[in-house]
Design a protein around this ligand. Structure first.
Ligand code: GLN
Length: 549
């Protein structure tokens, strides 16, 4: 259906937040893609921040970065991981961004003296951004996930836009999927449909009839409960789909497919269902993911560990790569703020690898340096990502080059040894939002390096999100002592990768490989990190009673 107008699916949520709309939208996208459709997923977020780039990860989880350098909600990461297709700036919209565009137009005089209002000006801008993706001609189906919960004041303009679009484009070209919760009352042993009924009614008050209900539940919904939901919410019986708690988010597409979710959606959109879905890659992944032959523990040393969503793409990248290695990777969350010289051995005892996490600001930095030092000296495979690479460089400068006060200019602007310094292009930047070095940047790899062998290439593209860089004034000293810069930006010669020669696996990367990892395409760097950790585990076993080598 190359040249036909795309179909639009809207995913709304009711009853409570955090029901996993992103996973349901991603699962649907994956199922439709497996049937041969070209699909993309967009997120509309109701908050007024222009993007989540300035949000504390504690507040909102990880900030995901697209190839074209947009700082986005972490759901975009799920979309890419499930669809194995990059998203872009256009896939991520916030109320702040919508208002910004409308206000800019108003200042330019584009509205020709009219009063600028939520309807039609804000809703038209939302509509424009939804259609922008559809009009590229690249997709048969655009899934738009509306952040928040129906009934929220702040999502009203989005809901009104959905109403207008379903009316404009017609029922065979649009579909509303409403995700709700069917709670289980243990005391009476009952599954309750009332919250869903109310939520669907709230949607109807805004003029929208849900076409498909997806009910999150801890228990299987019996037939009569599904029938009740259908009757009271005005949807066909077969359009009530349960989304039961799953042991892995990657099982969800199959649980939904077993109830013909994708068939129901395609029927509703008048699209053929004749092509049987191809699940080969996913089935193979899931088989390995659920039946690992061994387990290893990897320490993730960071300062946001109390909210694990802050490192979502990293943990998912481990999951993808671990399946390739037929291994279960258990993450040991290590809060860097608590690490000291005295307790580091205890905290890292038994782990087969250490990941030094990305981050900002000076809290927990010393703990990260201590962890890097311990892992370097004890030959524990270590991957440093972004700030993690910078930490490795600081640790090396302090303990091997002998610059006790070496630091990053981010933590100590007065340090006499700024091994990590502010990038030239960042020196005059005063605004915080969207001004880092962001998105895809090319990197050339030294042909004889470990990393070139890992990537099986000497030229790569990876995504970035940082202001500081390795200071090339220390280049020769690092090389002389064996911590070798092996990846460079081809134009600016910024160092993007450091690799320690004397170590089985001690690699720091200035970019974020985790953003690129998907189910269908696990990241080679995570795979080889796990492989190194597995060999480390074997060494550990051999020397189980002796001193660690
Ligand atoms: N704070 C560091 C910088 O801005 C690292 C950023 C990160 O880890 N994403 O350079």
């Amino acid at each position: 259906m190359e040249n036909k107008a795309p179909k639009y699916i809207f995913v709304t949520g009711g009853v409570t937040s955090s029901l996993g709309k992103g996973i349901v939208a991603s699962s649907l996208g994956m199922l439709l893609q497996a049937r041969g459709y070209r699909v993309t997923i967009q997120k509309l977020d109701p908050y007024i921040n222009i993007d989540p780039g300035t949000l504390n990860p504690y507040e909102h989880g990880e900030c995901y970065v697209t190839e074209d350098g947009a700082e986005t909600d972490l759901d975009l990461g799920h979309y890419e991981r499930y669809l194995n297709r990059p998203t872009s700036r256009a896939n991520s919209v916030t109320t702040g961004r919508i208002y910004q565009s409308v206000i800019e137009k108003e200042r330019r005089g584009d509205y020709l003296g009219k009063t600028v209002q939520v309807i039609p000006h804000i809703t038209n801008e939302i509509k424009r951004r939804i259609k922008l993706i559809g009009n590229t001609g690249d997709y048969d189906i655009v899934i738009t996930e509306i952040g928040g919960t129906v009934g929220d004041i702040e999502s009203l303009p989005y809901i009104e836009t959905v109403r207008q679009l379903t009316w404009e484009l017609g029922e065979k070209n649009t579909m509303v999927i409403h995700l709700t919760l069917v709670p289980y009352l243990a005391a009476s042993g009952e599954l309750k449909t009332k919250p869903t009924q109310h939520s669907v009614r709230t949607l109807m008050e805004s003029g929208i009839q849900a076409n498909v209900l997806v009910a999150r539940t801890e228990h299987n919904l019996p037939k009569d409960v599904k029938a009740k939901l259908a009757q009271f919410c005005n949807v066909k019986k077969e359009n009530v789909i349960q989304s039961i708690d799953a042991s892995s988010i990657y099982e969800v597409p199959f649980l939904l497919h077993a109830q013909n979710f994708d068939g129901v959606v395609l029927d509703g959109l008048d699209l053929p269902t004749n092509q049987e879905p191809n699940f080969d890659t996913w089935k193979k992944f899931l088989e390995r993911h659920q039946n690992p032959k061994q387990t290893i523990e990897i320490a993730l040393v960071g300062k946001y560990v109390s909210l694990q969503d802050s490192y979502k793409s990293i943990t998912e990248a481990f999951t993808h790569a671990a399946a390739t290695c037929e291994t279960a990777v258990k993450i040991r969350w290590v809060y860097s703020g608590d690490l000291t010289e005295d307790n580091v051995a205890e905290n890292l005892k038994g782990v087969s690898g250490v990941l030094i996490a990305p981050g900002f600001g000076d809290r927990g930095i010393n703990g990260k340096i201590i962890a890097a030092n311990y892992a370097r000296r004890n030959n524990i495979p270590t991957l440093g990502i972004c700030l993690g690479m910078q930490i490795m460089a600081i640790e090396f400068a302090r303990n091997v080059l002998g610059y006790e006060k070496a630091d990053s200019a981010e933590m100590d602007s007065q340090t006499p040894y700024p091994v990590i310094s502010l990038m030239e292009g960042q020196k005059d930047v005063s605004e915080k939002g969207g001004t880092m070095r962001l998105g895809n940047w090319a990197c050339d790899l030294k042909a004889d390096s470990k990393i070139a062998n890992i990537y099986q290439s000497t030229s790569i593209l990876e995504r970035h999100r940082h202001r500081y860089e390795f200071n090339n004034e220390y280049y020769d000293e690092f090389v002389n002592k064996g911590f070798i810069p092996v990846g460079f930006n081809p134009e600016t010669e910024l160092v993007e990768i450091l690799e320690y020669k004397e170590h089985p696996f001690y690699i720091g990367v200035q970019f974020h490989p985790e953003y690129k990892s998907t189910v269908a395409s696990p990241h080679p760097l995570f795979i080889s990190f796990i492989e190194a950790a597995l060999s480390n585990k074997q060494i550990d076993n051999i020397h189980a009673t002796g001193e660690k080598i």
